[in-house]
Design a protein around this ligand. Sequence first.
Ligand code: MLC
Length: 403
Amino acid sequence: MASSVRIAGVGATAVGRLGRSAEELAETALDRALADAGMGRGDLQGLIAVPSLSNPTFMQAHQLATRMGLLPRRKMIVRTIDTGGAGPITSLGTARNMILSGWTDTVAVVASDAVLSMDRELFRARADDSVRGSGLPSPSIPHGYDRVAQWHMARHGVTREQLAMVPVLFSHFAARHPDAMCRRPFSVEDVLASPRVAPVTNVLECARRADGAAALVIASSSYVRRQLAKPLELCPAIVSTGEASGPLYPPAEIGEEMFSCERAAHIAFESAQLSVRDIDFFALYDCFPICFLRALEAVGCCPVGEAGRFVESAYRRLAATGRLAPEEFPFNTHGGLACFGAPWEVPAMYGVLEAVAQLTARAGAERQLSPKPRRALVYGNGGIFSASAVAILGDGVYGARGC
Ligand code: MLC
């Protein structure tokens, strides 16, 4: 059995309007991740892909594997995983399990989409259709999150301004990332003055439509030691993962039972024998501010009902000094979904890539946490709080129930 499972290589394309198909982008990202690991296509023994919205195909991972000449091959497992935006983290966990089970030594995970190059009406129709039956007005996904935001505001006293502060904080980080779509920090006033999409959701608070792809190469530590020139210290371990599910869209009566991030985080913490105090960096899914606020509470960064005030205190520090040090707010230092960019089911991969950059001290002078974090937690969310997947990366408790 493998002693630990490592992220041996990462790769991504640019993010924005790229005018290339999801398949082409996937291929580029995967080849870059393989090159980063010092591997070739011939070294892969597994491939996991998530579906794209712009070009939905039957057995997406098989499509890609066949196109890239990875099949037919005797030792190759190919799987498509659909847990929406949680897909990359579900895939990470699945890849880890495949390796720990001894099925393979190496698995690539790839996510890609081209939803900005899509016709905007077609995007809206397909996005609305993804929550068919919800009865939500169009655009249905923003309206679904908006309903939850309103519920949370009524229950916990979160203010409209506190919601708006979330993308403001992340715009400050995104402006320091060379690949992010948001190029300048914006203010609460900018957010509140941007076009209204739903009652308590404006454009600058929405996951930003984008094209892009990202890939990971995952390998057993013994494979890394044996086959790769890359030092093991530059290959963070996948310490543990956890998953849980909720309904595809909010029920008529919203209640705590529809949320699943807390359970996913609990599973990940327990199997790693770690707690939130052991985590130095967090990549928390933030397709809309309410998703980030709920995640802060679910993983234990603040007590339930306090996330609005938690964000506001970071915002007040930013407003007082004009600058946000990554150590002051060790979350989504790449900028998150609204500010970095959101090619449909790819964004949790950007969370993993930023976590890997942080854990290996490669996030650059502007975003790197100091001291270098030992462990990161990455959370992916699918649908409208419909799927939660959490991964803990970095130093693990090896030999326990972790890796
Ligand atoms: C949009 N714009 C932004 C922005 N979002 N600008 C800055 N920051 C943001 N976050 C800009 C666009 O660039 C464009 O500018 C203008 O707003 C209009 O956006 P559009 O997308 O071109 O068209 P429109 O039909 O008006 O739709 C706006 C929108 C849509 C906000 C309703 O973008 C949308 O639905 N976004 C959310 C996407 C979504 O639901 N993703 C999944 C999240 S759930 P310009 O200059 O070009 O006019 C999830 C879980 C899962 O992540 O499972 O997937």
